[in-house]
Design a protein around this ligand. Sequence first.
Ligand code: B1M
Length: 210
Amino acid sequence: MGKYSQLADLVLKGDQPQVEQVTRQLLEAGEDPLQIINEGLIAGITEVGVRFKQGELFVPEMMRSAKAMKAGIEILKPAIAGSDIPSAGKVVMGTVKGDLHDIGKNLVIMMLESSGFNVVDLGIDVPVDKFVAAVKEHRPQIVGMSALLTTTMPVMKQVIEALARENLRNQVKVLVGGAPVSAEFARDIGADGYSPDAASAAELCKQMVG
Ligand code: B1M
């Protein structure tokens, strides 16, 4: 079995101790941390999603896999986080109301921080008002929203509308992402940008403030 597919398989099994061990081994062997994330950890959790949809896995297994994956990411974080980069700007970020998925959001935050952004993490299940209050308080250049459920995607539009009502919309760029989100959806709800993955989200944020 390939080095990355072994890690993916361990995420699928939800074997946290082994995920940690193999992640450490790959890192120590000089593998690229982003590649470990994309080809190992994300490949594993994606397969979890496929099997969940097919009814072969259930929520407890999905949770165990998510926990194992997060443990792997924690190990890689120091290898990715940039140091001493002058601040590129401020981003307020959260997973929208009704949605508890945060692995993708946390990866985006990690990439932003390693690109020099100062990120205010509002966490998961973030109500519309909380995004608005955070923009007033922190005055970020960018607001980022993540959604993993088709049922929570509409909250992104509600946040954009609320920002407009409060006359804050022209002061911030809005970036959206998450597995069910598309560039077309982003355009339809009036967002300024969409990114399919964490690395391109950081790139887009740099363009947005640059
Ligand atoms: Co959930 N879940 N889940 N789940 N879960 C999905 C999303 C699902 C697609 C699985 C499936 O059916 N195949 C499905 C949604 C179906 C739909 O809406 N159409 C689903 C479901 C149904 C549910 C529950 C309803 C299950 C239940 O209870 N019956 C429930 C809902 C809970 C809730 O939120 N209210 C639920 C719960 C959970 C767990 C808690 C068990 C766990 C989450 C743990 C956690 O996050 N702490 C979980 C997981 C792990 C998944 C899957 C398997 C994996 C998600 C993930 O972390 N992917 C997922 C299947 C899938 O997506 N393939 C699934 C890895 C992550 C790196 O990718 O989040 O897409 P992603 O982020 C990417 C990009 O999208 C992008 O960059 C990231 C890195 O490259 N990105 C952004 C993300 N946010 C961005 C923001 C940006 C820019 C880019 O700018 C701001």
